[in-house]
Write a protein that binds this ligand. Sequence first.
Ligand code: PLP
Length: 389
Amino acid sequence: MHERTYLDHNATAPIRPEARAALMDALDATGNGSAVHGEGRGARATIEAARAKVAALVGADARGVVFTAGGTEADTLALTPDFFRGEERLGCDVLITSAVEHAAVLRGHRFPVEQVDVLAVDSRGRVELEELDVALAHHAEAGRRALVSVMLANNETGVIQPLAEVARRAHAHGALVHTDAVQAAGRIPVSMRALGVDLMSLSAHKIGGAPGSGALVIADPDLRPAPVFSGGGQERGRRAGSENIPSIAAFGAAAASAGSAVEDEVVRIDALRERLESALRCEFPELVLLVGDVERLPNTSCVALPGVPAENLVIALDLAGVAASAGAACSSGKVTASHVLSAMGVPERIARSAIRLSFGWSSGEEDVDRALGAFRRVWPGLLRRARAA
Ligand code: PLP
């Protein structure tokens, strides 16, 4: 039995020790954050401390942080035609998004489908800015306000979008701008102010927090998206329901830990990925590195052995002790190419073979060694199958 190597941080990162400690402390404390007694005030203090840490991770005002149950809920909360500031309604008539967004955006938004424009991406997976300009001008001329949603970094490829430029162009047409930063936050330095976005989605379990919490961060704390569900007035009326305090506490601790080390971690993780990719390139010439020459997260690698279905490679690596994941989606037993790679124009035969390897805070040199060892063991068998296909 080989020691396990976890290279699937983009799916879920292992919980950080600081987050685990905060989670356990909060589990042991009783109190509803809305109660006025001492226990309630203690719970409130835990929530507000976490809120400040999450805000600091992305350079935002803590009052703009709305805790949710995860990244999916944050995206759905953000992507509504109805915003309010005080009594004033700030309506958005159309959603402009990109073809490579996560399903939480593409399927989770609250716009009628006929009010959604999906922008193409280039062969490196970056949004076509000229196409964005055309869409913005078209809707502005027709008197329609747009909500633009473009992710900061892609979950399958790690490709980083030119978001500051997207926000600048969108604002010039009076649009609101949302970004799904679920994969970017904690992995690269992120500043909401520098990016100039209005709304940003985050998820705790991607940065070493516990599952069950995320946040929508709103640059203007007085801007309110229509709530997803109604009930109590928690989160300043923006998200009803008693808060998941243990998970929120862990989220805060993970955000503080990830944020304090992010500059050094970018360098460390990039070196691990570089070592893995150059060894793979050199030892396995049949392997295709799908994304290289473009700004991308330091932790994500997307590779394919053309002719070998992605799930076969994932299973072979799993049996050899390495947790990776398939870029392709499998539904009803039929493997389809990932919509991200298809949008980039990657041929279907290659896209259906693509797998993702993603490092994170718990990764070290030994993971690269073990991953390379696993590739060496599974390669001859896979290559035979690829040649026979
Ligand atoms: N957005 C992106 C880019 C993601 O990668 C994910 C999860 O994979 C989500 C949103 C959904 O986040 P959660 O799992 O917290 O709902």
